[in-house]
Design a protein around this ligand. Sequence first.
Ligand code: CP
Length: 318
Amino acid sequence: MRSFMGRDILSLKEFERQEFFRVFEIAERLEPIARNRKNSDLLKDKTLVTAFYQPSTRTRLAHEAAMHRLGGHVTGFSDAKMTRAGDFYQESIKDTVKMLEFYGDVIVMRHFQQGAPHEAAKWSSVPIINGGDGWGEHPTQILTDLYTVLREKGRIDGLKWLAVGDMRMRTMHSLGYALSQFDCPITFVAPPEMSLLPEYKAELNQLSVNFREADHVEKAIADADVILVEPVVQPDYTKSRDERAGKDVGMTPANYKITRELLATKAKSDAILLHSLPRMDEIPPDVDITKWSRYWQEAFNGVVMRMALLALVLGAVE
Ligand code: CP
C-alpha cells in the first residue's frame, strides 16, 4: 500500500481497496478524541490552510474542527473575494498556492473550477486535499459516507445502494469511483436532465461498477441497504457563488423525494439514510427522527474522517 504521508487527496478514482480500510482504521482510532471533546496534541506542530473559493459550512469547518481536535493550527480564507484571487488581480492558482504553501503544512481547497485542486497540487510542496471542485469530485465527503456505513452496518461489501439526486454532482462521481473497490450494487435515480453523463457511465463500466438507473425512488427503495440523497434543486457548482433569487426555486418532484411515508411503507427496516447536506425539500424534516436517518452521525463522522486524513497526510500516524 502506498504511504499517505505527503500525499494529495484529490480523487477517489486513485484509491485502492486497502487504502479505504487504512483510512477507516485511523478514523476509528481517533474517533474517541472527537467523541469525548478532549483535544489531543497529535498535530500540535502543524498548520492547516483553508482555501475556499466557494461557500461551505461542513467541509471547511469540519477540517478546521479536525485540526483543532488534534491540537493543530488553522489559517486561511472562506471568501476568495477578500484575497487577490478574487479582486482586480484574479491571481492564478499557481501564484496563490506558491504563497499558501509557506503559511501551513497542508491545504484544503474548494473551488468552482473542476480540476483546480489538481492544478494546486502541481505547484504545492505540501499536500492538497480536495474539498470539492466544481462538478468534479468531493472525496472527503464520500470517505465520510463510507465510514458512516461501516460504523452503522458493520460492513460495506454486500450492501445495496440507492443514490438519488443530481448525478452531475461531485459527490456522485466520488461515490461511483469508491464503490468500484467494494461489492456494492448501486441504483441511480435522477431527473433526465441530471442523469449520469455518458462519459461517466463509460468510466463506471470500465471500473466494473454494478449499476443501473431507475426513474422513481419507489421503484428502487425496497432493495436498498444504504440510501444516499442529494438535492435536485440546487445551485450551479461552476459558479463561485449562486444566490437564490427571492423564493424562485422549484420543489423536488416525488420521484426524487424520500418521505417518512415512503420509508415506512417501502424501505427495509434496517436501511440507513445519508445526506451530505445542505438539503432543500428532498428529505422533509419529519424524517430526521426516524430509525433510518443517519445524516447527523454523518456530520460527526465528517470531523473524524478529516482528523484521520490530516493525521495520515501529515505523517502523524504510521
Ligand atoms: N456536504 C458539504 O460539502 O457541505 P458544505 O457545502 O457545507 O461544505
